[in-house]
Design a protein around this ligand. Structure first.
Ligand SMILES: *Cc1c(COP(=O)(O)O)cnc(C)c1O
Length: 442
């Protein structure tokens, strides 16, 4: 290695000290610039979010909470964390407490469970096969290993939740916690009803709003506040912030509900959540990421962001219509949110095949099981398609129509290399017109 700076390796630029890694980072920049990102959980962060995350706040240890740290020198990171807390609570009216330290959505969920539950307690969440998340009780995840898991699902036929059925199941199971929220459910969730169901059986309602937090912030989906007792989210999906999580909660549970949870006998729910994040499941918080969360939460309160979320939902409806008109089947018939589940079997392929065919033309999606799927999960009958990333790039109605057309054409023309090249060119042409915010052009 020839490093040009006289001050040694510690001062040398990345491209110089590690060209092999730098090539991969550059490759990823080009991929993001020249492909159509339709993965529903992805987005492009605000430029200011990227800036905040790239700062020297990464150097600081700050175990504990603002004003109550285990390390000196926290006066500036305290400001960053307090801003993140204040803005999170302001963005979601009705939330009483927040911890902004979780490193990810999964860790936010782990903290939520551990604040109130004991090993072996009963939880009830949406089944993974019907759109739930791994952390809602899958046997391969800690949630499935530590708790006794009962799942609810969507109804055959309508493919939507029937709350009367959820209520009957909850009465039978009597879970200690009802878990709501999803990674692949395209319809509105009724949190008020879910709270009535949970509280009716003496259970805590835990809402994981990871996918729809941005929609909720913009008033486009009903809020889980003040109905849910604990609410978690990721910050990097519709919220357009850095990768990470947040845990919100009530200051405390109602006395009747609280009596069921020995862990809360001598503490409040808010204090239990904070302790569960640190020292329960994490060590030092990522202060540069918390700073980036603060920026994202500030920007999410702007009219520009609300308009972006409105267009995200509108684009999802337009894309769903375009796909449906061309022979794809939409699970539940459509979408109320930023994402849709597309049954691709009427087009003659499996989800895995569709994902590969689309990848070959520069359209990125993920294969996804559909409810009551006849195929195993690694093959799947569907793809999950979301509009947050393309909307952040500024795409609108005419692009959604065209993307729907290109998706179906790429699948229908799978035996035709000429068609494939034409579709790939069309994808690049759309990308050329829409630069990615925050991504340098060269
Ligand atoms: C994405 C997601 C998570 C996990 O977030 P990570 O940051 O990937 O750990 C948890 N719950 C739901 C509903 C999600 O969609």
């Amino acid at each position: 290695m020839t490093v040009t700076t006289s001050r040694g390796l510690a001062w040398a630029p990345l491209a110089e000290v590690d060209p092999e890694l730098w090539m991969a980072i550059e490759g990823e920049r080009e991929r993001q610039r020249w492909k159509l990102e339709l993965i529903a959980s992805e987005n492009y962060v605000f430029r200011a979010v990227m800036e905040a995350q790239g700062t020297w706040l990464t150097n600081k240890y700050a175990e504990g909470l603002p004003g109550k740290r285990y390390y000196g020198g926290c006066e500036y990171v305290d400001v960053a964390e307090r801003l993140a807390q204040e803005r999170a609570l302001a963005l979601f009216p009705g939330a009483e407490h927040v911890n902004v330290q979780p490193h990810s959505g999964a860790q936010a969920n782990m903290a939520a469970y551990l604040a109130v539950l004991d090993h072996g307690d009963r939880i009830m969440g949406l089944s993974l096969a019907h759109g739930g998340h791994l952390t809602h009780g899958s046997p391969v995840n800690f949630s499935g290993k530590w708790f006794e898991v009962h799942s609810y699902g969507v109804e055959p036929g309508s493919e939507v939740l029937d709350y009367d059925a959820v209520e009957r199941a909850a009465r039978e199971v009597r879970p200690a916690m009802l878990v709501a929220g999803a990674s692949a459910y395209p319809r509105t969730l009724d949190f008020e009803r879910l709270a009535a169901i949970a509280h009716g059986v003496g259970a805590v309602l835990f809402v994981d709003m990871a996918h729809i937090a941005g929609l909720i912030a913009a008033g486009l989906h009903p809020s889980p506040f003040p109905h849910a007792d604990i609410v978690t989210t990721t910050t990097h999906k519709t919220l357009r912030g850095p990768r990470g999580g947040l845990v919100f909660s009530r200051a405390d549970l109602s006395p009747e509900l609280k009596a069921r949870y020995p862990k809360l006998a001598k503490t409040t729910l808010a204090a239990a959540i904070d302790k569960s994040v640190f020292p329960g499941v994490q060590g030092g918080p990522l202060m540069h990421v918390i700073a980036a969360k603060a920026v994202a939460l500030l920007l999410a309160a702007t009219p520009e962001y609300r308009e972006d979320q409105r267009r995200t939902v509108q684009n999802a409806q337009l894309l769903a219509a375009s796909l449906r008109e061309r022979g794809a089947r939409l699970v539940s018939g459509g979408t109320d949110t930023h994402l849709m589940l597309v049954d691709v079997t009427p087009l003659g392929v499996t989800g895995r095949e569709a994902e590969a065919l689309l990848d070959a033309v520069g359209i990125t999606v993920n294969k996804n099981a559909i409810p009551f799927d006849a195929n195993p999960p690694n093959i799947a009958s569907g793809i999950r398609v979301g509009t947050p990333a393309v909307t952040t790039r500024g795409m609108g109605a005419s692009e959604m129509r065209e993307i729907g057309e290109l998706i179906v054409a790429a699948i229908a023309g799978r035996a035709d290399p000429v068609a494939r090249d034409r579709i790939a060119d069309a994808v690049r042409e759309i990308c050329a017109r829409f630069p990615v915010p925050g991504l340098p052009e060269t």
